[in-house]
Design a protein around this ligand. Structure first.
Ligand code: EPZ
Length: 429
């Protein structure tokens, strides 16, 4: 299994290209199941999760073509993916495939909307909390889908097609909103989604669905209205930049000091996190090319932050901020409100010398003068990358084990960091 070696203490200088967003790419690829025509996605990141979803779509009979680079394309360009679900040969998504990636459960929506049936394995537990799918099932039921749970599978049936309806989410759910949007697009009549997630990835997927012929309005607000259509058609769509990757590298620069342009980043996608970085003591500037982050000399100020659905501070940046605050001058507090068990990085950060105590859903981080390298590992991708951030500022060598977590969500991480002066190396095998 690959590991990453990081020798800390170098500041970061240069340019880091920001890739297409993982959490938009996955639902966009799944949305291809809604049409027999070809969906062309551009700026798709090279990630293990994309390859895994390709396997899942192949199993339904979907053709996924990853095109090579065109001449003149830089090596940093995302890939173009052509997806054609002309014939769906199998409406079952088996346990072996779904258990590897939670978002693959979302195929249930386009399958039942287009084919009238779907049999999808329940995704099961996850390292960051229980993560149930009750709200996704509720949303489909509101559109007339009958769902039974049998032997670990959700079996969805709608022989006469879906009917538009009112879906009121009792809590904000990104996956629930994606599922509702996809299913409602092919339902008969109008669907109103209340308390919808407002994440930029929802807006990106809604934009793409509209290019395919859907009639969705209000994406990005708490109320989304979908007028169902009988069929969706072909489209070409470029995936929006990854706000979590942007925030992660911005925190890495705040941690090490330096001056880095996060190329293609869009500041409005992560304003709350950039505001926090400003409080911490980094300088964040929007430029024509992206977002520039600098920090020179001065120490880091502690902060109090609570994770919230968009536009609040994202849970997917919580671990990275915690790593940064291990070096602040004073005590920070970070409260996690989205997932009940997303503090797996605390113990590993402690191995590098961090002082963190937990009180329920709140972590108190007492800044220390220095961190020291050690072997570490983590159980999800954001936790893994938080260890990378801490390691960049630690004395000596840190070995991050279980790199496959990083490969699920960060494209060419070691390459992007080492080009800016970090001593980061992948050890294969
Ligand atoms: C998406 O997960 C993201 N995944 C997650 O990113 C992200 O952390 C999360 O949204 C929150 O922003 C993708 O986009 C592929 P939710 P999702 O439904 O959709 C509860 C990463 O690191 N809930 O918004 O699964 C749930 O337990 C990942 O890239 C129910 O109770 O998250 C949680 O407490 C990890 N019942 C809250 O809602 C349900 O049926 C929000 O979850 C569904 C969710």
């Amino acid at each position: 299994m690959d590991r990453i070696s990081i020798k800390g203490g170098k500041s970061l200088h240069g340019t880091i290209p920001i890739s297409g967003a993982k959490n938009a790419t996955l639902p966009l690829m799944i949305a291809s199941l809604l049409t027999e025509d070809t969906l062309i996605l551009e700026n798709v990141p090279h990630l293990a999760d994309v390859v895994q979803l390709q396997r899942i779509l192949n199993n339904h009979g979907v053709d996924v073509m990853l095109s090579g680079k065109r001449s003149g394309d830089g090596e940093n360009k995302g890939q173009t993916v052509k997806i054609s679900a002309e014939k769906i040969v199998d409406t079952t998504a088996p346990y072996e495939l779904v258990s590897k990636m939670r978002a693959s459960f979302w195929v249930i929506a386009p399958l039942v909307a287009r084919m009238g049936e779907a049999r999808v394995s329940l995704p099961g537990g996850c390292a960051i909390g229980t993560r149930p799918v009750d709200l996704l099932i509720m949303a489909l039921e509101r559109l007339g889908v009958q769902i039974e749970i049998e032997a670990g599978y959700a079996i969805a049936r709608a022989p006469k097609g879906l009917k538009g309806g009112e879906i009121v989410f009792p809590k904000v759910t990104v996956g629930g909103t994606h599922v509702a949007l996809m299913a409602a697009s092919l339902a008969d009549g109008t669907t109103v989604i209340e308390n919808a997630a407002r994440e930029p990835e929802i807006v990106d997927v809604a934009d793409c669905l509209n290019k395919m012929g859907a009639r969705i309005s209000g994406a990005g607000t708490t109320q989304i209205v979908v007028e169902g259509v009988a069929k969706l058609g072909p489209a070409r769509h470029s995936v929006l930049p990854d706000r979590i990757e942007t925030g992660t590298y911005a925190m890495a620069v705040a941690m090490t000091g330096g001056d880095v342009l996060l190329e293609n980043a869009r500041p409005e996608l992560l304003q709350s996190a950039l505001d926090v970085l400003g409080q911490v003591g980094a300088t964040v500037t929007a430029t024509n090319e992206g977002v520039r982050v600098t920090r020179n000399g001065a120490g880091l100020a502690p902060v109090e932050v609570t994770t919230e659905p968009f536009p609040g501070f994202p849970t997917d940046l919580q671990a990275q901020l915690m790593a940064l605050m291990t070096r602040a001058r004073g005590t920070s507090r970070i409260t996690e409100t989205i997932f009940e068990n997303r503090f797996m990085h605390v113990q590993e950060l402690a191995r590098l010398g961090a002082r963190i105590s937990l009180d329920g859903q709140t972590a108190m981080i007492e800044g220390v003068d220095r961190l020291k390298g050690a072997p570490v590992m983590a159980t999800d991708l954001r936790a893994s990358v938080s260890l990378v951030i801490a390691a960049l500022a630690a004395e000596g060598e840190t070995i991050v084990n279980r790199v496959y977590h990083l490969d699920r969500g960060f494209e060419r991480l070691e390459d992007k960091l080492s080009r800016c002066g970090a001593e980061v190396e992948r050890i294969t095998g």
